[in-house]
Design a protein around this ligand. Structure first.
Ligand code: ZN
Ligand code: ZN
Length: 453
């Protein structure tokens, strides 16, 4: 420590959280990079000093699975919502309307976000049917943090891949040690149920649950783990709603398969009963499950068996969702989540479901490692980006649609009381969130190219 050095920023009096500890101290940031982490009295002088007042400070928070370019959201509104939620880096998925299926589309999206994003961003590409060999590795070379695959239909604008092609593309991705991110539901079961429910004239809320039963998700998860094992590619099973898949991933990992698993707040806070009551506002895929399943998912999360918690932020408009009030199957699948990720998980901390260390693991360090951007992101260590989030664990708030910045203007958690809010965030030494308000600007966010392999 050079004590007479003056740095750009010091954040002092923090409870610094990492997956291994919660320690009192502070962070010094210079030129956007962490230059010291130490006890508060040992920190250097700074041009800007922020006193965290003894509050909890997380390393920069990552959302590993956001669709911020899905209308009515765009890169500007979506990344501003991320900033509002205390997220400092998004790993953006292709929009549900606009794909990122080729290196050209990847580059275009990167330029758009570099000009408009409020937070740092990395980009996932996607695998659609009919693209030549070299397309996925091309996106990987451009810095993609993962490539999204569907084992079921992803919608009309996304040419569907069936298993033969999926396996070939896994082999291609394995040549660059790439990461496949998989939406795992059994296409045959979904299609059969869809036809059956349509034929029976089913329009009720429960039809969504019957369309996509647990069996479809568990089977596809098992099958994809087998494909990963045979092709040697790394995989992340996205938005898991079921403990069976978590255990299957754990078992495979013990056998040496490089497979990870993600869940989302909607699988921790919403149940099948909510689907039956609220319909399209809690319609997403895979669907919400039973109360017992949700409790078990919390337990697995706290035991460290779930690697990542991401939002799967899919902000469909109110109008699109309202179609589901009369015909549940007509509403699109997806809910916004960027602004409620941290408040909900902090509420989980307050309710004793989750320790602060595990929170730092699943929203910061683990996603940074799995997506290959650690230790630039995901940790507060000298040399890392100066990203952090101060949270007020005691702040109570009722989630209100009108207070959200997402362009969709609604939340499945409208009216929920949360305890614990992000109050201030810093991205590379820039204050982006202050007293819960976004003070950063568009274009501040930078593209984060994958570091490894
Ligand atoms: Zn998905
Ligand atoms: Zn998604």
């Amino acid at each position: 420590m050079v004590k007479d050095l003056t740095v750009d920023m010091v954040v002092k009096n923090c409870k610094l959280v990492s997956p291994r500890s919660v320690v009192e101290g502070g962070v010094a940031i210079d030129d956007g990079i962490v230059v010291a982490v130490s006890k508060t009295p040992n920190l250097p002088r700074a041009d800007v000093t922020i006193d965290a007042g003894g509050k909890v400070v997380l390393p920069g928070v990552l959302d590993g699975h956001a669709h911020t370019s899905s209308p009515p959201e765009d890169s500007r509104t979506g990344t501003r919502a991320a900033a509002h939620g205390g997220v400092t880096t998004i790993l953006d998925m292709p929009g549900t309307q606009v794909g990122v299926f080729s290196p050209e589309q990847f580059e275009k999206k990167k330029e758009l976000y570099a000009a408009t994003s409020y937070v740092d961003f990395a980009l996932h590409g996607a695998c659609a049917s009919g693209y030549p060999e070299g397309t996925l590795t091309g996106m990987w070379e451009l810095g993609a943090t993962g490539l999204k695959f569907f084992l079921s239909s992803a919608g009309p604008k996304w040419p569907q891949t069936f298993d033969g092609e999926v396996v070939e593309r896994f082999k291609e991705l394995a040549t660059v040690d790439g990461l496949a991110i998989i939406h795992a539901e059994n296409d045959h079961i979904l299609r059969y149920n869809w036809d059956r429910l349509k034929e029976a004239g089913r329009r009720d809320y429960a039809a969504h649950l019957e369309w996509r039963p647990p069996m479809a998700e568990i089977e596809a998860g098992q099958r994809v783990i087998y494909y990963l094992k045979e092709t040697g590619v790394k995989g992340l099973i996205a938005h898991t709603s079921l403990p069976e898949t978590v255990w299957n991933v754990k078992r495979a990992r013990l056998e040496g398969v490089q497979v990870y698993v993600e869940t989302c707040p909607q699988y921790l806070y919403l149940t099948a009963e909510d689907v039956k009551k609220k319909g399209p506002w809690v319609k997403f895929a895979p669907p919400a499950r039973s109360k017992e399943t949700v409790s078990e998912t919390w337990r697995l999360l706290q035991r460290g068996l779930i690697d990542i918690v991401s939002t799967d932020h899919a902000p469909y408009s109110k109008e699109a969702k309202e179609a589901g009030l009369k015909d549940m199957l007509a509403a699109p699948n997806g809910v916004p989540g960027l602004e409620t990720l941290l408040p909900l998980l902090l509420t989980g901390v307050n309710e004793g479901h989750l320790g602060l260390e595990m929170l730092a693991a699943v929203v910061s360090e683990n996603p940074a490692r799995i997506f290959g951007i650690y230790p630039k992101k995901g940790v507060l260590l000298p040399g890392s980006d100066g990203d952090l989030v101060i949270v007020d664990l005691k702040q109570r708030k009722r989630i209100r649609n009108e207070e959200l910045l997402t362009a969709c203007g609604w939340s499945p958690y409208e009216g929920y009381e949360v305890v614990g809010m992000p109050t201030l965030s810093v991205i590379r030494g820039n204050v982006v969130l202050e007293e819960g308000e976004v003070v950063g600007h568009e274009g501040l966010g930078r593209f984060i190219h994958r570091l490894s392999p």
